[in-house]
Design a protein around this ligand. Structure first.
Ligand code: FE
Ligand code: FE
Length: 196
């Protein structure tokens, strides 16, 4: 399937507002991939498909996730399922076999320990695409061009803080991903971070 065909298929599945979000993620993922040495074509594909199942009814998401043997832990927070489903159906729906592209969609909401470069690019593109508006987004956009891991760690913290303020559950594997990143960032630093 060509990128144009994938785009049309995604467009048919989403509200105009969400489709605009996806377009923003594609452009941002392309840009971040070029800056940080990831594959821009793969980044675009991951971005195109990442929210394909985002507007499906809850029941359909649950059934599809069961049929595709999504790990039980991801059922605890239902917002996490749509990425796993996009990854599961990518071969049949879009002819996308590449595991890295599918993982970028699969983990775009939760992150995970040991994210690949492509997974990081798509995760951050989702968080900072031009349509996103929240207090820290400008700083994240700036840092994302200089230091992908630092931007990702800051984005995890931002998400976790947001969820805590709203008294929402925190997905434990996101905390592990966040801890891993900060450990590596502090480990490679000689001086203090001046970004807060
Ligand atoms: Fe999503
Ligand atoms: Fe998204």
């Amino acid at each position: 399937m060509t990128e144009e065909q994938i785009r049309e298929k995604v467009k048919a599945e989403l509200s105009p507002k969400r489709f605009r979000h996806v377009q923003g993620v594609v452009e941002t993922a392309d840009k971040l991939a070029r800056i940080h040495g990831a594959n821009p074509e793969q980044a675009r594909l991951g971005a195109w498909i990442h929210d394909f199942a985002r507007e499906w009814p809850q029941e359909k998401l649950l059934n599809m996730a069961k049929d595709n043997h999504v790990d039980a832990i991801y059922f605890e927070i239902s917002e996490l399922l749509h990425g796993h489903i996009a990854a599961a159906i990518a071969p049949q729906e879009f002819g996308i076999q590449a595991e890295d592209v599918r993982n970028a969609a699969r983990y775009h909401t939760s992150g995970r320990v040991g994210m690949s470069l492509l997974e990081k690019v798509v995760y951050l593109a989702d968080a900072i695409e031009p349509g996103r508006k929240y207090p820290a987004v400008e700083e994240l956009r700036r840092v994302a061009e200089e230091d992908l891991d630092l931007a990702l760690a800051m984005s995890f913290d931002q998400t976790i803080e947001y969820l805590i303020r709203r008294r929402q559950p925190i997905f434990p594997l996101t905390v592990l991903a966040r801890n891993e990143l900060w450990k590596s960032i502090w480990g490679r630093r000689t001086g203090p971070l001046n970004l807060f």
